[in-house]
Design a protein around this ligand. Structure first.
Ligand SMILES: [Zn+2]
Length: 374
């Protein structure tokens, strides 16, 4: 069996060059650790808010995850190994996540069928609940979308010595990233299946997102100017993540463009916390929407298999926020929260440097030919 490993400096830096060895290939990967964020401005703040979110999540689990709506996953969504040989790694709200023995990818064994999943995202209260306040909208753009755009521009410039011509954001949500790009003077468009997301974007940013399905409509973009395709928090929500990367390759391969993928990360402190508090999970291992949970190995394997060389990775997360939320909720004590919230960023910085973050972004460049092995 091929050995897969990485060489890292003994002293971690916020930005460092690493060598990753995957299936006999060597990759030079520019790795960034940490992303300071004023988490309490963009997230709700008290035990009462968190308790409300837990209550809503439990209601949704009850409403959506019934035998009629669920289908069993028979093959690993990435390497297509039969799930009979996969093992259960955690149960969240009673729903088992399994891990593939071959590629280490984690996934919900019983998930909403494709149609039900789309229905769920189309009717989700997410947009109404999270982003109604204009101050929060601007905070999200400045603290979440702008730093990501800066990172994309930095990595794209490092590889290609120029700015991207045009960016296509797949699963654009409420359009924050597309708005951040255009504000920066970069041509950008977004695809979104949720009508609520499209309306939100139109009303708040004056931008018209395209109501398309990237898998079935991606052919339209093959001869476009897009030289960056981004998936911010999308691949964990779709039944066929590998096919999405393959479709991005078809859009980018002629231009030697860049794909950007942000997903929740299995090998993280948040995963450990949620294993301890499986019945009050509202984010990260969300058993309704997050049907795929990637490992560094499974995501980089998905890149390699579909024609992308990994060139950069960014690790950051909300693990300490998760710790604060879950322990305060379990203890029903707002004081714990008050003490811990002062140190959220410094604790998270240490976790990120140790690669225990619950979120990762990978950047890959399109090779001239895809390599079909995992
Ligand atoms: Zn697999």
């Amino acid at each position: 069996m091929m050995q897969n490993f990485r060489q890292i400096p003994l002293v971690a830096h916020s930005c460092q060059m690493e060598k990753w060895f995957l299936a006999g290939n060597e990759y030079k990967v520019q790795v960034t650790h940490g992303k300071p964020i004023d988490i309490l401005t963009v997230k709700k703040n008290t035990i009462e808010d968190f308790a409300h979110s837990v209550h809503k999540k439990k209601e949704s689990v009850k409403l959506w995850l019934n035998t009629e709506n669920l289908e069993k996953v028979e093959l690993c969504p990435l390497c297509k190994t039969g799930t009979d040989s996969a093992s259960e790694v955690v149960k969240i709200h009673g729903q088992p996540y399994y891990q593939c023995t071959k590629c280490s990818h984690c996934f919900l064994l019983r998930r909403l069928s494709k149609n039900k999943l789309e229905e769920y995202f189309k009717h989700d209260e997410y947009y109404r609940a999270t982003y109604t306040d204009n101050k929060i909208i601007q905070a999200r753009v400045n603290q979440v979308s702008v730093p990501k755009l800066e990172w994309v521009l930095k990595e794209f410039g490092r590889i290609y010595h120029r700015r991207p011509e045009a960016i296509l954001d797949v699963g654009a949500g409420a359009g924050h990233f597309v708005y951040a790009c255009r504000k920066r003077g970069i041509s950008a468009d977004g695809i979104e299946i949720s009508q609520q997301g499209i309306e939100f974007c139109r009303n708040n940013f004056g931008i018209e997102l395209m109501n398309k399905d990237f898998l079935s409509d991606s052919g339209e973009f093959n001869d476009s100017d897009y030289d960056v395709v981004t998936f911010w928090g999308v691949l964990e929500c779709v039944p066929y993540p590998q096919e999405m990367i393959k479709a991005a390759y078809r859009v980018l391969s002629k231009k030697k463009g860049m794909v950007i993928v942000e997903v929740p990360r299995w090998n993280s402190f948040s995963t450990a916390i949620q294993k301890t508090f499986p019945d009050s999970v509202v984010r990260h291992l969300d058993p309704i929407g997050h049907i795929q949970i990637f490992t560094d190995f499974s995501l980089s394997g998905c890149f390699r298999k579909n024609g992308f060389d990994i060139v950069a990775a960014w690790y950051f997360g909300m693990d300490i926020y998760e710790l604060v939320s879950q322990t305060s909720f379990a203890l029903q004590n707002n004081e714990t929260r008050e003490i811990l919230k002062r140190v959220i960023n410094s604790l998270q910085e240490q976790l990120d440097a140790g690669k225990l973050s619950d979120e990762m972004i990978f950047a890959g460049v399109a090779k001239s030919q895809a390599n079909e092995t995992f």
